[in-house]
Design a binder for this molecule. Structure first.
Ligand code: ADP
Ligand code: ADP
Length: 228
């Protein structure tokens, strides 16, 4: 991220959501983005996820300047390079667990080995035995495991997660956090995670704290307490 600024609206509605943010993330790192509500975390994740464009600044992914890509190229780049995990699993309830995981592969138009890879991922997230169940017949924690597998099916360079434990109880959160950490290490994939759940993640490679649209590297517990 190179001098990223994002401004929403204009005139009296003008909001500077990100203010000249720069940092870098190495391949395979687990990075947390923390900060109080309204600080700019989602905006930052939307920029990195190429879901929205910065007002100023550049975003390089695998050495490519994504800010010069047109909308078509951005979509295919996103499908190939990025995986998403959200607060709510957003599974399609008419489909089976296995079909949900295969979906991003089908959307990307590369069906090759989709079922085998989906089965392997299901095994990795510990849900092999739920494969044929419909997605509305499994628990919240299981749904989030499926969402993680779905986020990984296209072998993305970077996995972006927005409050992946935000809708889970403490015990389930713990298992989801451990799962994400072990998958990141096993697959050498970069995970960038927006979370209010700093404690559950324990030791990670990098923490970026966003405060009033500015980014700081590292935990700032004393400051965070004051903000909260
Ligand atoms: P966080 O994810 O940390 O809660 P956000 O990135 O959602 O913060 O928001 C940062 C600031 O930008 C807030 O003041 C928010 O109201 C504003 N904002 C976010 N998205 C938009 C938008 N689409 N239009 C206008 N203002 C927005
Ligand atoms: P969170 O605090 O959980 O990150 P928010 O409620 O801030 O989530 O934002 C949810 C969505 O609404 C985001 O996509 C964000 O860009 C958008 N959003 C946030 N604030 C505004 C706003 N003031 N105007 C329009 N959209 C907004």
């Amino acid at each position: 991220m190179n001098n990223l600024t994002k401004i929403y609206g204009e005139g009296e509605n003008r909001v500077k959501a990100l203010d000249n943010v720069s940092f870098s993330i190495e391949k395979g790192e687990i990075v947390l983005i923390v900060g109080s509500s309204g600080s700019g975390k989602s905006t930052l994740l939307n920029m990195i996820g190429l879901l929205d464009r910065p007002t100023n600044g550049k975003i390089f992914i695998d050495g490519i300047d994504t800010t010069i890509l047109d909308d078509n190229n951005i979509s295919s780049f996103r499908n190939k390079k990025l995986g998403f995990i959200f607060q709510f699993s957003n599974l399609l309830t008419d489909l089976s667990v296995l079909e949900n995981i295969m979906l991003p592969r089908q959307i990307a138009g590369t069906n090759h080995a989709a079922e085998k890879d989906a089965r392997d991922l299901l095994k990795a997230v510990g849900l092999e035995d739920q494969m044929t169940k419909r997605a509305n017949k499994i628990s919240g924690g299981q749904s989030q495991r499926v969402a993680i597998a779905r986020g990984l099916i296209n072998k993305p360079s970077i996995v972006l997660a927005d409050e992946p434990t935000g809708n889970l109880d403490s015990v389930t959160s713990e298992t989801i956090v451990q799962l994400m950490k072990s998958m990141a290490k096993k697959l050498n994939q970069t995970f960038i995670i927006v979370t209010h759940d700093r404690q559950h993640f324990g030791d990670v490679d990098k923490v970026i704290t966003i405060k009033d649209g500015r980014a700081f590297e590292g935990d700032q517990p004393s400051e965070m307490e004051v903000i909260a």
